[in-house]
Design a protein around this ligand. Sequence first.
Ligand code: THU
Length: 133
Amino acid sequence: MSAELVRRARDVKQHAYCPYSKFRVGAALEAADGGVYVGTNVESASYGLTICAERMAIGAAVADGGGAGTRAFRRIVVATDVDPPASPCGACRQLLAEFGLDLEVIAVGPRTERRWVLRDLLPDAFAKTALLP
Ligand code: THU
């Protein structure tokens, strides 16, 4: 696992816009073609509009428009300022699942890390196969 991906997640965390929660999150998503896409949380005075770091990183990868290689993801690092490190929320798990359940998910805090495979974080995921049998 690349130290570079951890560095990118921690760096982008510093750009978080989180005046309400003060909870900074940074995400770095590595695509199959080696590209790295980052995201951070953006909050709103209308709280429910908040965007999570992970979903922003997915959006950056898709918006890059590089084709299949930029939409097949190998791993995501999610950086927060807490130990044990926070895992991705349910909404982010679901959107990550859209692009494959074999994704390695790595959460890093200031001192510790946790690792999973997405399929273990989202068992019996709702999937496109339900819509496109
Ligand atoms: N947050 C994320 O960015 N990702 C997650 O997976 C969970 C929560 C953000 C949303 C909000 O800005 C702050 O963390 C506190 O919930």
